[in-house]
Design a protein around this ligand. Structure first.
Ligand code: F6P
Length: 287
C-alpha cells in the first residue's frame, strides 16, 4: 500500500459493523443444520453458510481487498486488489444456535496474502451477538468497544485494556483429553478463590468475558488433537492481536500466537489468551 492509496480498513470494519444487525436478524429461521461440512470437518449450520455468503459478497467488493477467506469455505476468493486480505469466521460458536446462546463474528485484516502469520495483521475484531450487539476492534495497538444498533455504531470505550486483577477462566476440550501439565495448571488457577469459571461454548463470548473482567480463555492442545480445535487464520490470530493490543498476552503454549507460521489456510492452533501473568504461568507450566 502506498501513501496515496485509499485505506480499505475503515471500509471493511464499517461494512462488518453495518452487516451485524442483518446477520443477527437473519439467524431467525436459519437455526437448522445444513447437509454440509466445513473444511475442518464440522457440520455447518444454515446460518454459517448464509452469513459467509453475505460477508463474502460485501467484503470482496471493497476497493483494495485482495482476498476473502473464511472458515466456512475451502477456497480463497480472489478479490482482485492487493492492499489487504481478509479472514473471517462468519458465525463463531454456531452450535449455540440451537440453544439460543451467545455467538460472534470474528475478522482479521492482514497486509499479506493468506495464509499469513498474525504479525501481518493490521486490524482485527469481533462482533458479539449477546443481549445487545457489540463490537471490539483493534487497530494501531489500541482497542475500541462499540455498541451496534441497526446500521449505527456508538463508541462505548476507547483504549480498552484488560483489568489488572484477573477474575474469569474458561477452558475448552474434554477434561479427560487435557495433557497432565495443562490439567495441573488449571488446578492452580481454580484453587484461587478470587477466580471464577466462565465457559459458554462460543469463543467470542468467553474471550469477551476475559476482555471485560480479566482472566484467561484457552482451547488447548488435546491428547486426541495436538493442535487443539481453533483455527489460526480465522480465530487464533484475530483474537491474539486484539488481546495483545489490550495489554494481554497470547500463546500457543510456548510463543505468541502471532509468531506462529501458518502452513495451511485451515491450520489449527492451541490457543491461550488473557492477562500477562496467567499466560506467563501457563508457559512455565507447559515448558
Ligand atoms: O469455532 C469453534 C467453537 O465453536 C468456539 O467458538 C468454541 O470456543 C468452541 O468451538 C467450543 O468447542 P466445544 O464444543 O468443544 O466446547
Amino acid at each position: 500500500m502506498t501513501a496515496s492509496d485509499p485505506d480499505p480498513v475503515d471500509d471493511i470494519v464499517a461494512t462488518i459493523a453495518r452487516s451485524a444487525a442483518e446477520i443477527r436478524q437473519g439467524l431467525v429461521g436459519r437455526r437448522g443444520k445444513a447437509d454440509e461440512e466445513n473444511p475442518s470437518g464440522e457440520t455447518q449450520a444454515e446460518a454459517d453458510i448464509w452469513a459467509d455468503e453475505l460477508l463474502a459478497d460485501r467484503l470482496s467488493s471493497i476497493d483494495g481487498v485482495g482476498q476473502y477467506a473464511s472458515e466456512e469455505r475451502s477456497e480463497i476468493i480472489d478479490a482482485g486488489d492487493d492492499q489487504v486480505y481478509i479472514a473471517v469466521d462468519p458465525l463463531d460458536g454456531s452450535s449455540n444456535l440451537k440453544s439460543n446462546n451467545t455467538m460472534g463474528t470474528v475478522f482479521g485484516i492482514y497486509d499479506e496474502p493468506l495464509p499469513a502469520p498474525g504479525s501481518a495483521l493490521v486490524a482485527s475484531g469481533w462482533i458479539l451477538y449477546g443481549p445487545i450487539t457489540t463490537m471490539a476492534c483493534a487497530r494501531d495497538g489500541s482497542v475500541t468497544k462499540y455498541e451496534l444498533t441497526g446500521g449505527g455504531r456508538t463508541v462505548v470505550e476507547e483504549d480498552v485494556t484488560l483489568p489488572d486483577e484477573p477474575l474469569v477462566y474458561g477452558f475448552g476440550g474434554r477434561v479427560p483429553h487435557w495433557h497432565d501439565d495443562f490439567r495441573e495448571y488449571v488446578r492452580e488457577i481454580e484453587s484461587d478463590p478470587g477466580h471464577k469459571l466462565r465457559y459458554g461454548g462460543a469463543m467470542i463470548g468467553d474471550v469477551n468475558q476475559v476482555l471485560t473482567y480479566g482472566g484467561i480463555f484457552a482451547y488447548p492442545a488435546l491428547e486426541d488433537s495436538p493442535r487443539g480445535k481453533l483455527r489460526l487464520q480465522f480465530e487464533g490470530n484475530p483474537i491474539a492481536y486484539l488481546i495483545e493490543s489490550a495489554g494481554g498476552r497470547s500463546s500457543d503454549g510456548s510463543q505468541s500466537i502471532l509468531e506462529v507460521e501458518p502452513t495451511d489456510l485451515h491450520d489449527r492452533v492451541p490457543l491461550h489468551v488473557g492477562n500477562t501473568g496467567f499466560i506467563d504461568q501457563l508457559e512455565a507450566a507447559l515448558a
